[in-house]
Write a protein of this length. Structure first.
Length: 178
């Protein structure tokens, strides 16, 4: 039976530890923005005709993060996702779409230095990816195609793969022994 005095969504676990709040990241998101977007539809209207085979899709994802100088903010960084999708049928480009989406975040000073890099390349991209994906979906729909709905991205897996490559390049024996 529900308790009318208990706020909706509060559970017993939260009551036991005295907190009604979900744990949050030690990050403040100050701004998020579309930096650039482009859409090329080189063979329209021929590529828009109904009954054509589904195009093959190639997707490239890029991530950048760097510390910035922003007055009034402690430990500010810019994180940028670049999404580029190219749709092809046989040897013809159907469309090319590219979105560059960024944000400005502050990492709290109590975060250990070794945790900042993974936070910038895993946690923050997970937060802003849905907005970049929506920009891609909107522009492909405006180009006359069904909205391109990109699948969720495993930023943790991407980060671990990139980190493993750097370890291999720095010390091949260290990786071989692990």
């Amino acid at each position: 039976m529900s308790n009318p005095d208990q706020p909706a969504g509060e559970n017993k676990a939260n009551k036991q530890n005295g907190s009604a709040h979900a744990p949050s990241l030690p990050v403040i998101l100050h701004a998020q923005y579309l930096k650039d977007i482009s859409f090329e539809n080189p063979h329209a209207p021929a590529t828009l005709k109904p009954g054509q085979e589904k195009p093959l899709m190639e997707l490239d994802i890029g991530l950048e993060a760097h510390k910035i100088e922003e007055e009034g903010l402690e430990n500010p960084h810019e994180v940028v996702i670049t999404l580029k999708a190219e749709a092809r049928r046989q040897d013809k480009t159907v469309f090319i779409v590219e979105a560059i989406y960024g944000c400005v975040v502050s990492i709290q000073n109590d975060v250990p230095p070794e945790k900042i890099h993974p936070m910038l390349f895993i946690e923050i991209p997970q937060i802003i990816f849905p907005f970049a994906r929506q920009a891609i979906a909107n522009v492909t729909q405006q180009g006359g195609y069904p909205p391109l709905m990109l699948s969720p991205v495993d930023f943790r897996g991407m980060y671990l793969a990139q980190y493993a490559r750097h370890v291999d390049e720095e010390d091949p024996e260290k990786t071989a022994q692990a």
